[in-house]
Design a protein around this ligand. Structure first.
Ligand code: HEC
Length: 125
């Protein structure tokens, strides 16, 4: 009996601490895949059918789109929307937007960006 109670108490404790951990840091990857990937692509490369029609839809795995852009301004883009992209205010909370803003930067690895973008887009330089 006593052992069972201890086991239950330990079990509950583990579940609670796992929940707390998840609560502290929302899963940016899962949130990205649920809210953004349909337009921006799972790996940050927009599906061809969208990319060919919406020129403003830049690949999020291109490191140059984060150059000089703070994490806060990415969060602001998510919060308020940009161009034809809808605002996520009301859909995502601030912590979730921060987690996503962090996650999309991890998509931008120089090698994958080069591999994924066949022709160099004009950078204005
Ligand atoms: C319905 C399609 C759609 C969805 C869903 C969407 N976006 Fe976008 N996003 C766009 C389009 C189109 C643009 C370009 C807007 C413009 O510049 O006119 C854009 C622009 C951006 C930019 C700015 C890129 C730059 O530097 O120009 C970021 C960052 C971004 N999106 C991230 C996200 C994230 C993160 C999510 C999910 C929370 C998301 N988007 C969801 C369509 C979408």
């Amino acid at each position: 009996m006593r052992l069972t109670n201890v086991a239950v108490a330990v079990g509950v404790g583990l579940v609670l601490s796992a929940g707390t951990l998840l609560g502290q840091e929302p899963d940016g990857k899962a949130l990205y895949e649920a809210n953004c990937a349909q337009c921006h692509g799972k790996d940050g490369v927009p599906p061809e059918v969208l990319a060919s029609r919406i020129k403003a839809l830049k690949p999020l795995n291109d490191p140059s789109i984060y150059q000089g852009v703070s994490e806060d301004s990415t969060v602001a883009v998510l919060e308020n929307g940009i161009g034809i992209m809808q605002p996520f205010k009301g859909t995502l909370d601030h912590e979730q937007e921060v987690a996503i803003a962090r996650y999309i930067r991890t998509l931008a690895k120089p090698d994958t960006a080069k591999a994924a973008i066949p022709e160099k887009r004009p950078t204005g330089r």
